[in-house]
Design a protein around this ligand. Structure first.
Ligand code: DNO
Length: 358
C-alpha cells in the first residue's frame, strides 16, 4: 500500500508539494493537468514538466486524476471517435512518461454533486454535504453557480466553467441517453483504449458516481456492486479497473463497502478512502476519517483491503476544513494529513496483527 495525496498543481491548489512531502508516509501525489479541457490531447512535454516538478520535491506522480472524458464519448455522438483518438494520444504520452494509473468518471454533465460546500459541524469545522430536498429545489444552473460561488476562488474538479457555460446544450444532448446507452458507450470507449493500455501497462480506473444515484434526471451507471461487476466483466481485462471510492459508493448506505472490496479483488489499483455521516435518507455530510466521527467502520474497510492483498495506492479523500484553513473545499491540507496518518495507523496495526497470527 502506498499513501498519496491529491494535488491540483501549482496555481490551482492552496497546498504545496513541500507540505505534502512532510506528511509522514506520503510518497506520491495524484495530480492532473488542471488547465486542460476534456477532449484535448495532453502533450508529452507538459506531462514531463509536471513530473519533473513533482520529482524535484521528492515525490512521484502515483496516478493521474483525472483525464476527463469528453461528453461526445459519453453521449456516443458521431464525432466521438475523434475524441477517443485524442484520449488515446494522451494515454500514449502518459505511458511514455511512465505513468500507469489513470482515473476517469463516466457521469453525464456533472462530476460529483453536493448541495453545500461548507456545512458547519458541531466542532466548528466545515464539510461538503448533500441534501436531496435542496437539490430538488434548484435547477442545474443554480447548482453550478452555487458551487462556483462557494469554492473560495478555486475551480472545483469537474466543474470547469468553460464546459458548464453550455449547460442547457449539454442537457439537450443527453436527452436520449439512458443507462443502457451510457453503459454501451462506456464499453465502446474502453475497448478502443485496449491496445494503448496494454502497450504501456496503463490501468483505467473508473471513479464511481457521486452520489450513487441519478441527479437532475441524468443517467448514472457506476452506483453499486452489481453494476461495477457488470462493467469489469464487459471488458474483462486488467486494464479495465475500479478506483474504489468509499465515500461515493457509501453515499448509498445499502452499498456494503467491505463486500464490494472483496468482490472487486485484483481490479482495484487505487482507493479513495473517506468517512461519511448519514443523517437520514437523502442527507449526508462528510466527516473526519476517524470511524467514530462518521457512519463507516474504517477499520473494517482497511482490513478488507489488507485481506484482499491490496498493493495499490490510497489517498485520504476529502477532509473537513479545520483550524481556519482557506482552500478548495474538501481539499485542505490539515484534515487530509490527519486522515493519511490515521489510515496508515490502521494499516500498521492490521499488518502487525495479521503477521503475528500467522
Ligand atoms: C471529487 C473527486 C472527483 C473525482 C472524479 C474522477 O472530489 O472524487 O472529482 O476525482 O470523479 O474522475
Amino acid at each position: 500500500m502506498e499513501m498519496t495525496l491529491r494535488w491540483f498543481g501549482t496555481g490551482y491548489d492552496s497546498v504545496t508539494l513541500e507540505q505534502i512531502r512532510q506528511i509522514p508516509g506520503v510518497t506520491g501525489v495524484i495530480t492532473t493537468l488542471y488547465n486542460t479541457q476534456p477532449g484535448e490531447v495532453w502533450s508529452q512535454d507538459a506531462i514531463h514538466k509536471l513530473k519533473e516538478e513533482v520529482e524535484a520535491a521528492g515525490l512521484r506522480i502515483a496516478a493521474i486524476e483525472s483525464v476527463n472524458v469528453h461528453d461526445a464519448i459519453k453521449i456516443g455522438s458521431p464525432d466521438r471517435d475523434k475524441y477517443i483518438d485524442n484520449y488515446i494520444q494522451t494515454l500514449e504520452n502518459l505511458g511514455k512518461e511512465d505513468i500507469h494509473i489513470v482515473v476517469y468518471n463516466f457521469m453525464p454533465v456533472f462530476d460529483w454533486t453536493r448541495s453545500d460546500l461548507a456545512r458547519v459541524r458541531p466542532d466548528g469545522s466545515t464539510v461538503l454535504a448533500y441534501n436531496q430536498a435542496e437539490i430538488d429545489k434548484i435547477n442545474p444552473k443554480a447548482m453550478f453557480d452555487s458551487i462556483n460561488d462557494n469554492s473560495n476562488g478555486f475551480v472545483m474538479p469537474g466543474w470547469e466553467p468553460e464546459r458548464l457555460a453550455k449547460l442547457q446544450e449539454l442537457f439537450d444532448m443527453y436527452k436520449d441517453v439512458d443507462d443502457e446507452k451510457l453503459f454501451n458507450n462506456l464499453v465502446y470507449f474502453l475497448k478502443r483504449l485496449g491496445p494503448v493500455c496494454k502497450k504501456y501497462n496503463i490501468k483505467m480506473a473508473i471513479h464511481p458516481d457521486d452520489p450513487a444515484w441519478p441527479v437532475f434526471g441524468l443517467p448514472r451507471i457506476i452506483t453499486g456492486k452489481e453494476r461495477i461487476l457488470k462493467l469489469l466483466k464487459a471488458v474483462d481485462e486488467p486494464y479495465n479497473c475500479l478506483n474504489l471510492c468509499t465515500g461515493s459508493l457509501g453515499s448509498n448506505p445499502e452499498n456494503d463497502i467491505v463486500d464490494i472490496i472483496h468482490a472487486t479483488k485484483g481490479r482495484v489499483p487505487f482507493a479513495h478512502i473517506r468517512n461519511l455521516q448519514y443523517n437520514y435518507p437523502g442527507d449526508f455530510q462528510e466527516a473526519a476519517h476517524l470511524s467514530s466521527d462518521g457512519s463507516m467502520d474504517m477499520f473494517k474497510i482497511m482490513q478488507a483491503f489488507y485481506q484482499t492483498g491490496f498493493d495499490g495506492i490510497i489517498r485520504p479523500d476529502h477532509g473537513r476544513m479545520i483550524w481556519g484553513e482557506v482552500g478548495m473545499p474538501g481539499y485542505g491540507l490539515y484534515d487530509r494529513a490527519l486522515g493519511a496518518c490515521y489510515l496508515q495507523g490502521l494499516w500498521e496495526a492490521i499488518d502487525k496483527e495479521e503477521k503475528r497470527n500467522k
